[in-house]
Each structure stands twice: as structure tokens, then as C-alpha cells.
Ligand binder design. Structure first.
Ligand code: HPA
Length: 239
């Protein structure tokens, strides 16, 4: 599990911390299990303890490499998102379906040519259908409604968007906006891992809201959505 903003810890039993060396640097993860569940869960905090790593500086390659190294096959990630669409309301939980990539400075591949080779990975269905199906079932089982099939715009950050950018993303079909799903989803696919993202709607995107955006607003509205998402994830692992 990769926890984004608002999900920096999760209630796992028998928790131990491990440091995993990778070609891209060391990664710290927590490994434990949910109550009444034997399979080990690896928990990774995307922004580090206390939210110290901004989205454009997350070491995405090291993170995904470390998970692969640990034998992880399926990843559920969470991400705070702003809404560009009237169908996505504050506090909603949304399953990401497609992305529009507006990042600028992030390594996007493990395949840099030479000895590593060249890979053009398929992105027809970027997010994993089978993990999504289990998340949907979990939502039904615990009564958490899910918005489905959203197109996510990934911006470079760390700044928020201008209203003009948001209008452009709306014209292009974007429904929610965040700063982290790309290249995480791409790198997971390169490693053959099944990856799904649970988005938590924390705010109306810039220019839709009638006030300037702050990170504080995002964090505060995450409390309710974060609890819902944590319950959903726990039930997903139970199924
Ligand atoms: N923009 C970009 N990233 C975000 C937002 C937003 O409005 N809300 C939460 N993450």
C-alpha cells in the first residue's frame, strides 16, 4: 500500500520497519498485517514521515523498485485530489481510470537504454481492473459509495494550478487533479505489478472554489475522506 497525503500511517499489527536498498537509493517501509488477516502488507508513505517530501521530489523509482524487491504483486495507492467536475464532491472517494500527464521533471522509466534496454509499456488501461473490482466490492460491503472511472490530471506541483490551467484540463476531459499518480502508475506497470489508486476529493480545483487554495484546506478535508479510505482499504485486503 502506498499512502499519500492524509494516509501517512495505517493500523497494522506486528509492525516492523525495514530499509530496502535500491539502485536509486534507500527506501524505508513498514511491514505488518491487518487484524484477522495473515498476509503481510507493506506500507509505504509516499511523502515520508511528517509529509517532508514534495510530490516532484518523491523518489518514485526507488519506491516501486523496493516494493518489487519485497515481492509485492498488487498495490493500492491513495491520492488527495482536487475536483474539476460537479460529479466529484468534497469527501468523495474516486477510483482513477485514466490519466493526463502534465509532469515535467520526473524520471518515468526504469529503461534508460543501453544495458537497461528500451521499453514502451502499454497504458491502455493504466489502473488495474482486478484490484479495482475488489475495491468496489469492499465499498459495497461496508457501505462506502465510490465514484468510478475518473480521468486524473497529474501536474508537476508543488504549486497549485491557475484557474486557466484548470479550464484547459476540463476541456481535455480531466475530472480530478493531483500531483503524484504519474509516474508511480507507469513504473508499477513496468514492473508487472497490478496498481490501483483511490482518490480522495479534498477541494474544488483552483478557480472553481471561490477562495484561494491552501495545503491546509487539503489536509483538513482529508480527515473524513482519509478515514473512509482507510476502512475501504482494510476491507479490500480482507476480501
Ligand atoms: N491540485 C493539485 N493537487 C491536489 C489538489 C489540487 O487542487 N488537491 C489535492 N491535491
Amino acid at each position: 500500500m502506498i499512502g499519500g497525503t492524509g494516509l501517512e500511517t495505517v493500523a497494522l499489527l506486528d509492525l516492523r520497519t525495514e530499509s530496502i536498498p535500491t539502485p536509486y537509493g534507500k527506501v524505508t517501509v513498514e511491514i505488518g498485517r491487518f487484524k484477522a488477516h495473515d498476509e503481510p502488507i507493506v506500507f509505504m508513505s509516499r511523502h515520508g514521515k511528517g509529509h517532508t517530501v514534495p510530490p516532484h521530489l518523491v523518489n518514485y523509482r526507488a519506491n516501486i523498485w523496493a516494493l518489487k524487491e519485497l515481492g509485492v504483486r498488487k498495490i493500492i495507492a491513495t491520492a488527495a485530489v482536487g475536483s474539476l467536475s460537479t460529479r466529484l464532491q468534497l469527501g468523495d472517494i474516486v477510483l482513477l481510470d485514466q490519466f493526463l500527464d502534465f509532469t515535467k521533471s520526473r524520471p518515468q522509466t526504469f529503461y534508460e537504454g543501453g544495458g537497461q534496454g528500451v521499453l514502451h509499456v502499454d497504458m491502455t488501461e493504466p489502473y488495474c481492473r482486478s484490484v479495482q473490482a475488489v475495491i468496489r466490492e469492499a465499498g459495497e460491503s461496508i457501505g462506502v459509495p465510490l465514484q468510478d472511472g475518473a480521468t486524473y490530471v497529474c501536474t508537476e506541483g508543488p504549486r497549485f494550478e491557475t484557474p486557466a490551467e484548470i479550464r484547459m484540463y476540463q476541456i481535455l476531459g480531466g475530472e480530478c487533479v493531483g500531483m503524484t499518480s504519474v509516474p508511480e502508475v507507469v513504473l508499477a506497470r513496468e514492473c508487472g505489478m497490478c496498481y490501483a489508486t483511490i482518490g480522495m476529493v479534498t477541494n474544488e480545483a483552483a478557480g472553481i472554489a471561490d477562495h484561494p487554495l491552501t495545503h491546509q484546506e487539503v489536509v483538513e478535508s482529508l480527515q473524513a475522506a482519509g478515514n473512509k479510505a482507510a476502512g475501504l482499504i482494510q476491507e479490500t485486503f480482507r476480501i
